[in-house]
Design a protein. Sequence first.
Length: 407
Amino acid sequence: MSEERSGTRLGIVRACLAVVLLAAVAAGGSAAAADKKEIVIGYAISQTGRFSTEAIDSQRGYELWRDEVNAAGGIFVKDLGKKLPVRFIAYDDKSDASTSAKLYERLITVDNVDLLLGPWGSGINFAVTAITEKHGYPLLLTSASSDGIYARGFKHIFLAGELASHDAIPVSDYLLSVKDRVKTIAVIYENFIFTETVFNAFMKRMEGNGPQVVMAEKYPLGGQSFLGLLAKAKSLNPDAVIVLNLMPASIYVTRQMREVGLVPKFYFVLIGPMFKEFLEGLGDLAEGVTEHGYWHPALPFPTTKAFQVNFEKKFNRPPSTDAAHAYIGTVVIQQAIEKAGTLDRAKLSEAMHREEFQTIAGLYKYDEAGRNVLERQFFVQVLNGRRTIVWPKDLAEAPARFPVFGK
């Protein structure tokens, strides 16, 4: 046999093998599509420990979305040609960053989940995102607002809330608008990456603009006794008291303020009235307290009211902002899957950077760092027992009560 004929036959054999291999791959892909019965989404969250109050409400937001999606038959995945229901794999990280990081490694390498949802808290998310980024998993950060998380050049993280530094904007703008009546401010803030970021942004915005910060004191994470700090604040007779905190500290501070007789013209907590435990636990003491807005059922967006109603029906409690941000994150993931038509994680990240997403807090559009460039900021006040939007004026349901406690 000549070398020419032998080479021809070898070429034919190779071509046939290539066809067979392509057919096998196609068959395998078809089989995989046919075998795919569900979208498995994993997360670890603080079901126990110091962050559990907020984190459990985040989990409720996740669960509401899952149940709504499954009741509608699942999420349509175009490249599979069908709807798939969602199944969660969830772990308790016990409010510990190291534990959470190990659990996310497990979700990725052992459980082989399709997608991930975020844990609770900036500190824990800072640790976890290093792992999810390494593995190329897009992650909606539903409770991780600290600016530093988004300054690391990561390409697969997306904020469902707003930057912590921006949380200082509404209250500082309001105080500057009444600076003829608010001359002095006392600030108490919790030793936590999120609250420290808000504190630094607030101080920067106040500097040289009128009101004088006469006290700025940090307290330990999870603190419960504030009598000493509040007695010091009372001796300074500030016009405004600002508490930058996590729950349940705002309950303790508010109650202890009255015990020491500290009655400012304006009183603001970063997190408090959004939780029924604050309103019900303090009763009349909650009246007039102001709080950062984050999310509110009176926001003028199409699905906002439905979320509020459905959450209360399922859990017999109003949704906190943590629940709302968790729900926002899951809705963004769902829309990204539907817009990209795939569960391919790289393509989902591309879609999240490219597309706009309609949520209960309005439109979301992400920049290259994963920050929503369309966020709105506002704050609320407890009026007649209800969280009411009072600032800025274009979103306000009612004007802010000032002075708060009739000073």
